[in-house]
Design a protein around this ligand. Structure first.
Ligand SMILES: *[C@@H]1O[C@H](CO)[C@@H](O)[C@H](O)[C@H]1NC(C)=O
Ligand SMILES: *[C@@H]1O[C@H](CO)[C@@H](O)[C@H](O)[C@H]1NC(C)=O
Ligand SMILES: *[C@@H]1O[C@H](CO)[C@@H](O)[C@H](O)[C@H]1NC(C)=O
Length: 431
């Protein structure tokens, strides 16, 4: 009963989030003098600076070109930073594929524009700001979609006591078209991301925080577990960062997928961002799960160690290393810490040994290693997200492939009969 009262109070308080806003202190940045808005939440006040441009509008002669930093004069402009900027042009995301928690209040009627290179900053206000780390979220899926308005950083910022930055970058054709010529060299969406990171490095100090030289990178290689594990191995092999690996193994109570699907692609983000708190009724166990993940991630950002002393159950999340390949399973039934050894050796062997030897492309296997070596050395610590695909989904894919093969064989059969017939016809005409 206590629980339901808690949830009820909780939802009442949540109603207040977007209404009680006031303006924030003005912040001088290279993108102008920003006036954001201060928002009250059940977890404490948060200052939001939204829609901050970090590059020139990539239009006209800058279309398909690497992003250009803003002119110096822009720093003098007073800028209203209380609203999101437009979303970068992208194909419409299938409604059925998006969790209702990612739909924003405006029902998907967001303005799209090519002039979309903006970022958003969420800062818990009124605390010891000088110790807060910065967590950067580059949303997106397959470089086709990326929409920061779906990821309200307010909850993560307050609950985790971290600064959250979300970044829009060009996607789809505008971000990744390549003509293999200077007119459209391709992959400029990545350059947008890099310029945004540089902007953060340059300006975040203005927000009364000293940027500790550490980024947390959620590596969301969510499609293919084997690749995530491979990335983990490359990182530890090159000594680039500490790696902690997890699998999100909880089917959300609000899941809109068929029953047989457990944790689905992207469900973990709803918990990592605390977006579950937007629901009017959140089961207590899911509130706890979300807090546990946020605590682990923000601890990791603060100290490089996700294990904390200040949440109810201390985590026992072991570092992923060569001789100890442990994976933490996050689930609501996590009474005790569920750490299991990595099960991915076989998958990895298939993708990284068998497939390349079949296609004769061994070279591509070593390229991630090379990229890792060649990339600039940052004090980057890395947490890896493994969002699970249920076995049934894989079964569907296999069934689809089998059906496709059968149809193909039938077509071949019909075609071969037709060819035989036409040969016979030719015979007849000869007589
Ligand atoms: C911001 O710039 C204005 C002048 O352009 C200056 O008066 C003010 O002190 C600056 N604020 C901070 C926090 O540096
Ligand atoms: C930064 O700190 C100074 C001095 O403590 C304060 O006057 C100012 O309002 C703070 N700015 C922000 C954005 O919190
Ligand atoms: C969790 O651990 C405690 C003590 O270590 C044990 O009594 C309990 O049965 C465990 N629970 C589960 C679900 O394994």
């Amino acid at each position: 009963m206590g629980n339901s009262l808690f949830i009820w109070l909780f939802s009442l308080m949540l109603g207040a989030i977007s209404t009680m806003t006031k303006t924030t202190p003005q912040i001088n940045t290279t993108s102008g003098k920003l006036l954001g808005r201060s928002v009250e939440t059940p977890f404490g006040p948060v200052d939001q600076y939204l829609g901050i441009p970090y590059a020139k509008a990539p239009i006209g002669s800058l279309r398909f070109q690497p992003p250009q930093p803003l002119d110096k004069e822009e720093a003098e402009i007073r800028r209203d930073a209380t609203k999101f900027g437009p979303v970068c042009f992208q194909p419409p995301h299938l409604k059925e594929m998006i969790s209702p928690l990612l739909r924003t209040n405006d029902n998907g009627q967001r303005a799209s524009s090519e002039d979309c290179l903006t970022l958003n900053i969420y800062i818990p206000s009124g605390r010891q700001l000088d110790t807060l780390p910065v967590m950067v979220w580059l949303p997106g899926e397959g470089f086709d979609y990326a929409d920061t308005t779906q990821f309200d950083g307010t909850f993560l910022a307050t609950i985790g006591q971290v600064i959250v930055v979300t970044v829009n970058y060009r996607v789809s054709v505008f971000g990744f078209l390549s003509t293999l010529t200077p007119e459209a060299p391709g992959n400029i969406g990545f350059l947008d991301q890099r310029l945004a990171l540089q902007w953060i490095q340059q300006n975040i100090g203005q927000f009364n925080t000293s940027l500790r030289e550490r980024y947390v990178d959620f590596c969301g290689s969510m499609y293919i577990k084997a690749q995530t594990e491979q990335l983990a191995r490359i990182l530890i092999k090159n000594g680039m960062s500490k790696v902690f690996l997890y699998e999100f193994a909880h089917r959300p109570s609000f899941s809109f997928h068929p029953d047989f699907i457990q944790a689905a692609h992207g469900d973990d983000v709803l918990f990592t961002f605390g977006l579950v708190h937007q629901l009017s009724q959140v089961p207590t166990e899911e509130v706890k799960l979300s807090r546990r993940i946020i605590a682990a991630f923000s601890n990791f950002a603060k100290s490089g160690n996700p294990n904390s002393v200040d949440i109810e159950e201390a985590l026992q999340w072991l570092e992923f290393s060569n001789n100890q390949r442990e994976v933490l399973e996050f689930s609501a039934r996590m009474e005790n810490n569920s750490i299991r050894p990595s099960k991915n050796d076989r998958d990895v062997a298939f993708w990284y040994n068998v497939v390349p030897s079949l296609s004769g492309h061994e070279q591509t296997v070593s390229s991630p290693d090379k990229a890792a070596r060649d990339s600039p050395k940052m004090d980057c610590r890395l947490a890896l997200i493994r969002s699970s695909f249920s076995g049934q989904e894989v079964q569907y894919i296999i069934l689809g492939l089998v059906a496709f093969t059968i149809v193909l064989l039938l077509i071949l059969l019909i075609m071969s009969r037709y060819i035989c017939l036409s040969k016979r016809r030719i015979h007849f005409t000869k007589f």
